[in-house]
Design a protein around this ligand. Sequence first.
Ligand code: DX5
Ligand code: ZN
Length: 219
Amino acid sequence: RGDVEIEPSLYAADFMRLGAQIESLLDAGCRIFHFDIGDGHFVPPVTIGPVVLRSIAPRIHERGGVLDCHLMVTDPAHHFAELAASGADAVTFHVEATADAAGVAAAARALGLAVGVAFNPETEPEAAAALAAEAGAEIVLCMSIHPGYSGQAFMPQALARIARLRQLVEVPIQVDGGVGEGNAAAARAAGAALLVAGSAVFGDPDPGAAYRRIAAACA
Ligand code: DX5
Ligand code: ZN
């Protein structure tokens, strides 16, 4: 596939069958897993956290995969040490959650974590790009929904926001929210290289097959 990766959002998994679903995705060639952490404050729900991460990280790492944590939390740096110890490889924090993007990014790097910055639909790409530069972010995540829940519809205006961001940053752009077979190609064409997909992957009885279809749709 070259320059595009589908990242299944484990928040949308069936937790009764989590292990089997992860194996199905690993077998399909998936190597980046998106792990959504919500604190009930920055976003309304508490989602999943280090306890789940610790259970799945060894197997994912054994098969060459990585865990990319999306922190939808008010105080991202507070969580870094526990996430690093639990097997996180990367942390993406929201620009809306901090006035000190550089300091938060430095705290993550000190623990060996790769760093991304995310921004909400009401934040301008220009502001996000400026903070991403300050943070030295390795990816920038453009939300295509209001964060909090899986299963929401893709906001079409995200495509123009990705395209604008593409002009402002050099690093890979990630898109998250409502991505599936029907819009993956458009998101890629707009400039996104990392496509997060939750319900489009886990809503299928065979997540690996869904992963392959989405990848094929934007190949
Ligand atoms: C939402 C999360 C997303 C979500 C994506 O708060 O950040 O990653 O799980 O799920 P879908 O693809 O169903 O929108
Ligand atoms: Zn997410």
